[in-house]
Design a protein around this ligand. Structure first.
Ligand SMILES: [Zn+2]
Ligand SMILES: [Zn+2]
Length: 380
């Protein structure tokens, strides 16, 4: 249905290399934004203004009336010093496209070009979202706040997947990437002499009991068939050997896939913190930050996604879930969405200083999403 010509493919590879050489961090994607606009204009693809500082929204309007769907790519890079020896290595010290968002950007640009060339096939509109600031989990919210989802009935997106071969696309309904929540727990006691502990209230004892006991929430309170991780990643309290401190601060993160577990854990953790503090004569301050929901793929779209992979001439595989987070999830709070893994045959995992991918996947991704857009509009 859609074929990216060799010439277009070469051009997109050059553009990806340009972005790779010129990475920009979250909400600083000024040059990237200007370039995407320029490239869209070169192909007469209209840009819609949502008064964004960074990020670009394009829209392809079909010749037939119909609904609006969205395809989303993210555009930001990471504060990582690149350690590859590719000829188009980052020119900015300490910044790198180590998550492959350069690849996402040009692939979806390719989709926009293909769709624009065959507008007559489209029954409705395709909004192409080039989203800033995915890496700090703020970009999707920023765009939703600016009205970018207005009239959109479904949204689609991808992440490159280094452990999948080029030409394969990982598909899975429901939880694909974990929720991400953060917490900070302060155990308050009364400081005092280490040799006279009965005159103090020791927060180190409270924190120690809690670090062990909190894992029993996973083993005793959460359904075996639900997945959850509680990690305490930082303990701060005390500064010498003979003084009991007055407080200890714990920080960490919780990852889940099912809403039952995500909803239950904060209350269970808070209760346990309170009883631990209380049992030792202290008090607790419990702070919870609901950071990112689960990337929760709408099962109603799985058949269309799989059929589009096949029609585009590629291979659908069952996706394995990842306990990393993605702010694509934020859109799925509002409208149904489906996020896939794009095989890129890379040597390293995301965020590694030697992250790299096969540029052959640009053609696959561009053609797949163009096919999916047509099919999704027909089915809305
Ligand atoms: Zn990333
Ligand atoms: Zn990423």
């Amino acid at each position: 249905m859609f074929t990216l010509t060799d010439e277009m493919e070469k051009d997109l590879i050059q553009k990806r290399r340009y972005l790779h050489e010129n990475p920009e961090l979250a909400f600083e994607e000024v040059n990237t934004t200007a370039k995407i606009k320029e490239w869209l204009q070169d192909h007469d693809i209209p840009v819609v203004s949502f008064n964004l500082e960074t990020g670009v929204i394009a829209e392809i309007e079909g010749e037939l009336d119909g609904p609006t769907i969205a395809i989303r790519a993210d555009i930001d890079a990471l504060p990582i010093a690149e350690a590859t020896d590719v000829p188009f290595k980052s020119k900015t010290e300490g910044k790198m496209h180590a998550c492959g968002h350069d690849f996402h950007t040009v692939s979806i640009l390719g989709t926009a070009i293909l769709l624009n060339e065959q507008k007559e096939q489209l029954r409705g509109k395709v909004r192409i979202i080039f989203q800033p600031a995915e890496e700090i989990a703020q970009g999707a919210k920023y765009l939703v706040d600016h009205g970018v989802l207005k009239d959109v009935t479904a949204i689609f997106g991808m992440h490159n997947k280094p452990d999948l071969p080029v030409g394969t696309i990982g598909v899975k309904s429901e939880g694909l990437m974990a929720s991400v929540d953060k917490f900070e727990i302060t155990f308050n006691g009364i400081g005092g002499h280490a040799g006279i502990p009965h005159h103090a209230i020791d927060p180190i004892v409270m924190a120690s009991q809690y670090v062990n006991a909190v894992q029993s929430i996973i083993s005793r309170r959460i359904d075996l068939f639900h997945n959850a991780v509680i990690s305490i990643t930082s303990i701060n309290g005390g500064n010498t050997w003979n003084v009991i401190p007055d407080k200890v601060v714990l920080q960490g993160t919780v990852r889940t896939f099912q809403p039952e577990a995500r909803d239950a854990i904060p209350g269970l953790m808070k209760k346990l913190a309170e009883t631990t503090a209380d049992g030792n004569g202290g008090t607790v301050d419990f702070k919870w930050d609901s950071y990112l929901p689960v990337v929760n793929n709408a099962a109603a779209y799985e058949d269309i996604v799989r059929a589009s992979v096949e029609d585009a001439g590629y291979q659908a595989v069952d996706a394995e879930a990842s306990s990393a987070g993605e702010d694509f999830a934020y859109y799925q709070n509002y409208i149904p969405g489906f996020f896939v893994w794009m095989g890129v045959n890379g040597p390293k995992e995301w965020h590694h200083p030697e992250f790299d991918l096969s540029e052959n996947a640009i053609k696959v991704a561009a053609e797949f999403f163009a096919t999916l857009a047509v099919k999704a509009l027909e089915n809305e």
